[in-house]
Design a binder for this molecule. Structure first.
Ligand SMILES: NC(=O)c1ccc[n+]([C@@H]2O[C@H](COP(=O)([O-])OP(=O)(O)OC[C@H]3O[C@@H](n4cnc5c(N)ncnc54)[C@H](OP(=O)(O)O)[C@@H]3O)[C@@H](O)[C@H]2O)c1
Length: 330
């Protein structure tokens, strides 16, 4: 194996730079994966911007990326049943590189026949949306409101909820042109938020009762509007803050409806707990992927060594779904 590898590195400017960096070595409990493809996430851009020295950022170089698919290339001690050559996918930092290190408990088998360039865009969405549904105590037959349903992970959340038996999925977008995108992902009722009272629209779509579960990717004022859209004893999970982290809520909505509010942030989850969240994807969620019930929406696929304007496209909000970076076989 080579001692160095190519990677997309932040810390030089507004875009990722292709650099030759040291290849990591697996330590105890770690798996080294030869990456075949890696996918973008919303969190990639703030990280890139915070490090951008041309705009007052830290200038500290870092290998970017959070999710990947590839093949096990080497194993540290104590890595369970993994074998060199296993096809895998996962969500772990520094994935925009030819090799990525992962805690062996955070690696998932690649469902048979799934192209790594598709699979790489699934793990973060699967673990986040399934982790959030689990936190909410979701069961088949329930209704789910997904705010920011056109987000890469929101689209996976909609398909996942349907695959797990959701009776009614309601999804929001700010863009009327994205109605079809949401419908194709399994959203039964699309709410275009500008100019619509979200709470009233959800109550109207649920016979006045409200949804059982909310998966909120938007935060800000939208989070507050989710509370009166939730049934008595229902659950609201904040996943993202696309519209900002501050929200002024009416505590009457919370108390009179006996709501439970959860916050999840799997990038900040302790490794043991994250291992349990990832283990929770087997077998039901991986089976849904294997039968084609859950597919990521991919904006475009480009070679990792030629990212072009990928960062700019994500930053501008023009991308629909994930951008995938591919690497040829070793
Ligand atoms: N909790 C966790 O563990 C976890 C894990 C992964 C991601 N996240 C968070 O989940 C969110 C989604 O991540 P992602 O990677 O899927 O995002 P993404 O694909 O980059 O989301 C893009 C979509 O977000 C919507 N959006 C952007 N700004 C918005 C605003 N101000 N108000 C409402 N909608 C807005 C837009 O939808 P429309 O144009 O259709 O409105 C856009 O199409 C992010 O906040 C991310 O940080 C959390």
């Amino acid at each position: 194996m080579p001692r160095t590898m190519r990677a997309l590195v932040g810390g030089f400017g507004p875009d990722w730079a292709v650099r030759e960096v040291a290849r990591p070595e697996p330590g105890p409990g770690q798996v080294l994966i030869r990456t075949r493809a890696a996918a973008t996430n919303n969190g990639d851009i703030p990280m890139l911007d915070r490090a951008d020295p041309t705009r007052g950022g830290t200038g500290e170089a870092f290998v970017a990326g959070f999710e990947y698919a590839g093949t096990v290339a080497a194993l540290g001690d104590g890595t369970g049943d993994w074998r060199v050559g296993d096809a895998v996918m996962g969500s772990t930092p520094h994935s925009f590189a030819e090799y990525v290190l992962a805690d062996h408990r955070h690696v998932l088998p690649l469902p048979d026949g799934l192209d790594p360039a598709v699979a790489c865009a699934l793990p973060t969405g699967l673990l986040t949306e399934h982790g959030a549904l689990t936190a909410a105590g979701f069961t088949a037959g329930q209704s789910v409101l997904i705010t920011g349903a056109s987000a890469g992970i929101g689209l996976i959340g909609a398909q996942l909820a349907k695959a797990l038996g959701a009776a009614h999925v309601i999804g929001t977008t700010r863009a009327p042109g994205k109605r079809a995108l949401l419908t194709e992902a399994g959203v039964d009722t699309v709410v275009v938020t500008p100019g619509t009272d979200l709470s009233a629209a959800v109550l109207a779509a649920t016979g006045g009762r409200g949804v059982d579960v909310v998966l909120d990717h938007v935060g800000g004022p939208t989070f507050a509007r989710c509370l009166p859209a939730t049934r008595h004893d229902g659950h609201v999970v904040n996943i993202g803050r696309l519209d900002g982290p501050a929200s002024t809520i009416d505590l009457d909505d919370l108390s009179y409806r006996h709501l439970t509010v959860h916050g999840v942030s799997f990038g900040f989850t302790r490794p043991d707990e994250l291992a349990a969240v990832i283990a929770g994807l087997r077998p039901e969620v991986l089976a849904a992927v294997a039968r084609g019930a859950i597919r990521p929406v991919i904006d475009r696929t480009v070679p990792l060594t030629e990212p072009g304007d990928a960062a700019g496209r994500l930053r501008s909000g023009a991308a629909v779904g994930k951008i995938v970076f591919t690497l040829p076989d070793a």
